[in-house]
Design a binder for this molecule. Structure first.
Ligand code: ADP
Length: 422
């Protein structure tokens, strides 16, 4: 292993795994803190998916540092801490506390923080994160159920989460190339900065950052920051140029779509799927809370209604409806209830001949994969930027597309299946 990565959610890990695999690294994704002595043999890059985005910061720190230790003892020379390209976090963390703990654990003086992912419309200029043409704080992320993002100035956002000093690595420097970036990072280190939000608006900027960070012990960012890192190992003749597979050979079985994301993209995908005639069942959180709607009922409905077309089970709803539910149940309880019910549904379906799953939502995917006992994922073909098909390694043999809520084209739930072979 050359590169080890710690991702704060499952779909984020998949996104980074895809980025590294696309850039020629043999990549395996593991789920959960790797037990001591895990054999990562055969992988050039290992991405560990945690579910640490919204848990208490102390727990996120403990899981992340334990994972870093496992990756280092497995041979990783460089550690990437991966979070969402929309910097999903609250003032309590967890990006800042985890980044600072990793700096300490790896004995690294400074790290950059760069969630930019231009292919998915995330760019950073003067420290401000844009989602498409809108500032983060004007984007639908302002209404995220768990991590509403109301400030687009990431220097300010990250500083609120950190003990050490947070600064800016501006585009003016990044556009001058890797040498200039290294000089600026060194100067910032001397001035006492611990983390620098790095501007990046094009893939080229991410490649410059990657080249500049060849010797960095710790790098933090979105999946985009993984774009330029494999080239450093290739230049040293340590990796080849393995292409991504174009298709995935999938285990035989039935297909289902489970959507627990309330993001605009997922809501649109659910609408398109329903309009195309896919059988669809809505999860009503208040009915789940009262026991009027159970996982067993939902799974039975899916089994009975899956025919030529896969069924969609969705809890996705608009911000006003989500807020109304959160006001009644509490934010965390509402989220956990929905995650839990979808996780239970997935287990019943896997036990009843379903082997091909699309899951929408990062937290949702984490809950589903944990319930299914999936330990690792082999990265397959790219369905959309940031979303590959994967094949699970673990208790069950499944084809899984785990989609961060915001990702994918409107027809994702209809067309993703086209990349699977029997
Ligand atoms: P995304 O990738 O869009 O962020 P996640 O699955 O990570 O999606 O987060 C969505 C969160 O919202 C989950 O905790 C999920 O259980 C919760 N959720 C889903 N539907 C509803 C709903 N109708 N009301 C309240 N919370 C919901």
């Amino acid at each position: 292993m050359l590169l080890g990565a710690i991702a704060d959610d499952l779909t984020g890990a998949t996104d980074l795994s895809l980025m590294l695999a696309r850039n020629g690294m043999r990549t395996v994704q593991y789920i959960g803190v790797p037990p001591a002595g895990t054999d990562f043999a055969g992988a050039e890059a290992v991405v560990v998916a945690l579910k640490s985005r919204t848990i208490p910061a102390v727990e996120a720190v403990a899981m992340s540092t334990a994972t870093a230790a496992a990756l280092r003892s497995g041979g990783a020379e460089q550690i990437v801490f991966k979070y969402c390209s929309t910097f999903d976090s609250t003032d309590e963390g967890n990006i800042g506390p985890v980044a600072e703990a990793l700096l300490e654990a790896l004995d690294a003086p400074i790290a950059i923080a760069c969630p930019a992912f231009p292919a998915a419309g995330r760019s950073i200029y003067q420290g401000h994160l844009f989602v498409g043409e809108a500032l983060l704080s004007d984007s639908p992320m302002k209404d995220h159920p768990l991590t509403p993002m109301r400030d687009a100035n990431l220097v300010r956002v990250l500083q609120r989460q950190c003990k050490g000093k947070v600064g800016l690595l501006p585009l003016r420097v990044v556009s001058q190339g890797a040498e200039a970036v290294r000089a600026a990072i060194n100067a910032a280190q001397t001035a006492g900065y611990r983390l620098l939000i790095a501007d990046a608006v094009r893939d080229e900027d991410l490649r410059v950052l990657g080249a500049a960070l060849a010797d960095a012990a710790l790098i933090t960012g979105g999946s985009g920051i993984g774009m330029g890192l494999p080239d450093n190992f290739r230049r040293q003749g340590r990796i080849g140029t393995e292409p991504l597979p174009a298709r995935l050979s999938a285990p035989a079985g039935r297909s289902v779509i489970l959507a627990g994301s309330c993001s605009t993209a997922t809501r649109g995908q659910v609408d398109v799927a329903i309009a195309a005639g896919l059988p669809a069942l809505r999860i009503v959180p208040l009915d789940v809370a009262s026991g009027a709607q159970t996982a067993a009922d939902i799974a039975r409905w899916v089994i009975d209604n899956t025919g030529a077309l896969p069924a969609v089970v969705y809890s996705s709803d608009d911000p006003a409806a989500v807020k109304a539910i959160q006001d009644q149940l509490g934010r965390d309880r509402a989220g956990a209830l929905v995650e839990q019910v979808l996780a239970e549904v997935s287990v019943t379906l896997a036990n009843n001949g379903f082997s091909r799953f699309i899951v929408a939502g990062g937290e949702t995917s984490g809950a589903v994969v944990e319930a299914l006992g999936v330990r690792a994922l082999q990265i397959g073909p790219e369905i959309a930027p940031g979303v590959p098909w994967t094949r699970s390694l673990g208790q069950a043999d499944l084809a899984m597309a785990l989609k961060s809520g915001n990702f994918g084209a409107p027809d994702f739930f209809l067309t993703a299946w086209d990349l699977l072979d029997d």
